[in-house]
Design a protein around this ligand. Structure first.
Ligand SMILES: [Mn+2]
Length: 231
């Protein structure tokens, strides 16, 4: 797939493995998972075509007492093996900020994979809304300058609504969060004529453009040259 697309595909591994009640031996189960992953990832594939990622979970139905592939398990495994770490926004305790984790993890792994979803009680994967969690994540990716090494994956399982609607609504809300973050932190520009908004990093190497401060009225000049750093 990566070769056909000309860019590396992400292969994300998540294993729903755990115990409904308190297990006698957590270590043995975690060693089995580690051994299985080692076997699966034994043969390295070209990084330019594929990157492997591992994804943790907090708990779920049937695994209320112990999830073998916890955050600590996979954070350590990803660092040791040089894998991408996948952070699913629905796989943490509801009071944890997943946005807070990206800068911490990014110091030890070279790439992050995000599963942008919306948790509800024990389940994640609800269609993304433009809520505080998604906005905070977008702000963090922009302010910590992590967009270049973060892959943003969307995944919604809600089969009670139209699949097309789910896809469009979730994608649009994620885009809006990113746009708000880029815009509010002054990292995007409005392309002349078309009105398209593009990240600074992409567009600033090109021609004259109009920076957000112009649109918000803080600067009355039109056609600010972003090369000059006036944005
Ligand atoms: Mn996930």
């Amino acid at each position: 797939m990566g070769a056909a697309l000309g860019s590396s595909a992400a292969n994300n591994i998540w294993v729903p493995d755990g115990y409904k009640d308190t297990p006698a031996d957590r270590m043995a189960a975690r060693r089995r998972l580690e051994h299985s992953l080692d076997r699966m990832l034994e043969k390295p594939l070209p990084r330019k075509y594929m990157r492997d990622a591992v994804e943790s979970k907090l708990f779920g139905i049937g695994v209320e007492a112990c999830t073998i592939g916890s955050h600590e398990f996979y954070l350590g495994y990803a660092i040791r093996k040089g894998l991408m770490l996948c952070l699913d926004m629905g796989h943490f305790h509801p009071t944890e900020s997943v946005a807070d984790k990206v800068s911490a993890a990014a110091l030890s792994v070279d790439e992050l994979l995000l599963h942008v979803s919306r948790p509800m009680r024990w389940d994640s994967d609800h269609v993304v809304t433009l809520n505080d969690d998604v906005l905070a994540m977008a702000q963090e990716l922009v302010s910590a300058d992590l967009l270049g090494r973060t892959r943003i994956g969307l995944d919604f399982f809600d089969a009670t609504i139209s699949r097309t609607a789910a896809w469009v609504i979730g994608t649009r809300n994620t885009q809006k969060a990113l746009l708000q973050a880029l815009y509010s932190l002054g990292r995007c520009c409005v392309r002349p004529r078309t009105g398209w908004i593009t990240p600074h990093a992409f567009w600033c190497s090109r021609k004259f453009t109009t920076c957000p401060s112009v649109l918000s009225g803080r600067n009355s000049a039109r056609g600010t040259n972003v090369r000059s750093g006036r944005c």
